[in-house]
Design a protein around this ligand. Structure first.
Ligand code: G4P
Length: 193
């Protein structure tokens, strides 16, 4: 998606050969006009997939996911990293270990909101090693839903997340595919790569 690639080139900061900082429009400050176009683009890509719910993982996935859900005309559900102990809900959980951040958490979904008969689109901001996306797929599958695909804003194509999701048999659509990062260097995967 050219608009997102242009924004990454203009405002993204490659901190190292593996980390891209996009705090000014995705992770800290959020650009609502960009999010609108990102949601429209996901909705167009997945329009024939029979999606009934959009799922995302808190927190940075929420803005693009709500926009995609708006254009698809379906609800958006936030998969939680922390469970409220006072709510005695019908929870489904799966453990996620982030290699990027070196943290572990129980990803949680209430079975009240996703179940048999649902076809879900999973949206997240980054795809690195795919732990988060694979965890969201596990949760939705446990709930009985079908997976329409995974929609990503920024895929780090030099990490193994995309291949893991494809190997598991799911569709991945990434709006920006970063081939290479280095201090001050950002290169995208070209169409014909
Ligand atoms: P993993 O398999 O390597 O653990 O990667 P995963 O895709 O699960 O990402 C783990 C967390 O690190 C996610 O944030 C993801 O957005 C973030 N992340 C991964 N690579 C980058 C990067 O190059 N730049 C930035 N800015 N973030 C990256 P999270 O913990 O879910 O945080 P948030 O959604 O609350 O922001």
């Amino acid at each position: 998606m050219k608009l997102l690639e242009d924004k990454i080139m203009a405002e993204g900061l490659a901190l190292s050969d593996s980390v891209l900082k996009v705090d000014s429009f995705i992770n800290h400050q959020v650009d609502p006009v960009l999010m609108q176009e990102i949601g429209r683009d996901f909705a167009e890509h997945f329009k024939d997939a029979g999606i009934t719910k959009v799922l995302t993982i808190e927190s940075s996935g929420i803005a693009p996911a709500v926009s995609a859900a708006f254009f698809l005309g379906v609800p958006m559900i936030i998969l939680k990293k922390q469970t409220s102990k006072i709510l005695n809900e019908n929870f489904i959980q799966t453990n996620i270990t982030s290699f990027t951040k070196g943290t572990s958490y129980e990803l949680t979904l209430s079975a009240n909101y996703v179940g048999k008969g649902d076809t879900v689109l999973i949206i997240d901001d980054f795809l690195a090693n795919g732990e988060a996306a694979m965890g969201a797929i596990r949760l939705a599958t446990k709930a009985g839903a079908k997976i329409a695909g995974v929609g990503i804003l920024i895929e780090k194509s030099f990490q193994k997340g995309r291949q893991r999701i494809l190997d598991a048999g799911y569709d991945v659509y990434s709006q920006a595919r970063v081939a290479k990062l280095g201090e001050g260097l950002i290169e995208f995967v070209r169409e014909d790569d």
